[in-house]
Design a protein around this ligand. Structure first.
Ligand code: SF4
Ligand code: SF4
Length: 108
């Protein structure tokens, strides 16, 4: 869970439950490759979403369709992205979809 921060000037707020600091040598840099339709992300999702579908829709900016796949129910656990052999940032894409869906509701 959580989001990688690009810099240290980030506030600690009430909902901050922990901070993980890693050495550069401990970080694995990976290159994203195309989805191989293995469904490992689907098997990993604890609330039975289809992360691969929501991620693909988010990449295309199809927020309404992502909402139909229950993007807002995602608990952002990170299991799908962790399992993905293609290193697709599924959780980040789903978080992006959620932000757009919530923003569009506020604008109505
Ligand atoms: S981050 Fe969301 S979509 Fe991915 S496994 Fe967790 S709950 Fe499911
Ligand atoms: S785990 Fe990754 S490669 Fe496999 S179906 Fe999901 S998005 Fe595609």
């Amino acid at each position: 869970m959580g989001q990688a921060q690009a810099e240290q000037q980030v506030p600690v707020i009430k909902s901050t439950s922990g901070i993980l600091v890693m050495k550069k040598s401990d970080v694995e840099y990976t290159k994203q490759s195309p989805c191989i339709r293995c469904a490992r992300c689907v098997d990993a999702c604890p609330i039975h979403l289809l992360p691969t579908n929501i991620g693909r829709l988010a990449e295309r900016g199809m927020w309404t369709e992502a909402e139909k796949f229950h993007a807002l129910d995602c608990i952002e656990c990170g299991c799908c992205a962790y399992e993905c052999p293609a290193h697709i940032p599924l959780t980040q894409l789903i978080r992006l979809a959620k932000n757009h869906i919530i923003a569009s509701r506020k604008n109505k």
